[in-house]
Design a protein around this ligand. Sequence first.
Ligand code: SF4
Length: 407
Amino acid sequence: MHPQRKQKLIRQPVYDLNVRPFMVIWETTMACDLACKHCRAEAIAERDPLSLTTDEGKMLLDQIEQFGKPRPLVILTGGDPFKRDDIFELVEYGTAIGLPLAVSPSGTPSLNRPNLQRLKDAGAKAISLSIDGSNPAIHDAFRGVDGSFDMTVSGWHDTLDVGLKVQLNTTVTRYNLYDLPNIFRLAQDVGVMTWSVFFLVPTGRGKVEDEITPQEYEDVMNWLYDAGKLLSVKTTEGHHYKRVVLQRTLLDRKGLDPVDVMRLGETYQRLYQHFLDVADFDNVREVTEDRTRRAPLHINAGNGFVFISRRGDVFPSGFMPVSAGNVRDIVLPDIYREAPLFRDLRNPAKLEGRCGACEFNKICGGSRSRAYAVSGNPLAEEPFCAYEPGSFAYHKELVTTVPSMAP
Ligand code: SF4
């Protein structure tokens, strides 16, 4: 294999994730007019009076800036960030001190062209929007409010019209599993920078019974690899997708059938057949093959990723509500770099169960948030990964191809 191709199988950060995160998520408010079935924040209509104030929000942005260059990507989420009157002021402030900012609003009447234009003028780079069904019946049932689908799609068009990039987020549950190819086609038709497929973490309003099975995770992730040949796809809280991308890339190069080698099930076959029927094969995003199909960057809860709650508590992720400190008392870089929980989460030698024994753990490690949600132990094995460590026949070849997998 050509040595230059070896390097490109997986994206690596160009800096030390022990020192600075790649992404910082700030839950600006828990207020939201939707009532989503899987809401992590269990959002309600009213604002929490103990939320960070405008001045404290600016202090937090200053603390993020202290991580140094390259600056982390900052996502202002909620609840619905439009429920904060000062959201434009905060975006303007963060932009002025050099932070790249994106905003994650809800599909409500606030998601309108004037507000999106104000975000763009304040310096926001991108918007992330959630679509959990390809039609109002499926999406609105998820979101708990009639009309949310139409408002989101209308806001999606407006976002593109004002010149902001769109990341589309979709949460996979058993309610929309077989609608995924239709959502994919919608993303192709309207246009997205990235389709981020989120795998449910049973916390907040998300329930274990809403989850798909570990075999279905495997089938969906393998189908996403196929879909990623037409559209930029990434996963959230679906870390074993990185394993799947590496495995499938190797099988592609060898000309081997993934259904046999990866033991894919009926769900994969159904999704793939539906995908062949609905995908627009003339609409291929203009990115290089290597960029589209490289395994995503290895960031995980507390490892390249940090979440700040509306009250300033610092969590490894929004789905692991274990506070390692509060930005009202300790600056964020000190918490991120020094807190024992964060240090443990960045150490693959601490992983337990199958994740501890797995040859992919340095590039995957499983969802620490899901392990915590299911077992109460953030270092336990990923409960929704079907992989048996050592069972991939070509894993030794992968270890020599991907230097970061070496023991
Ligand atoms: S066993 Fe754990 S580390 Fe290995 S692929 Fe599955 S989730 Fe990733």
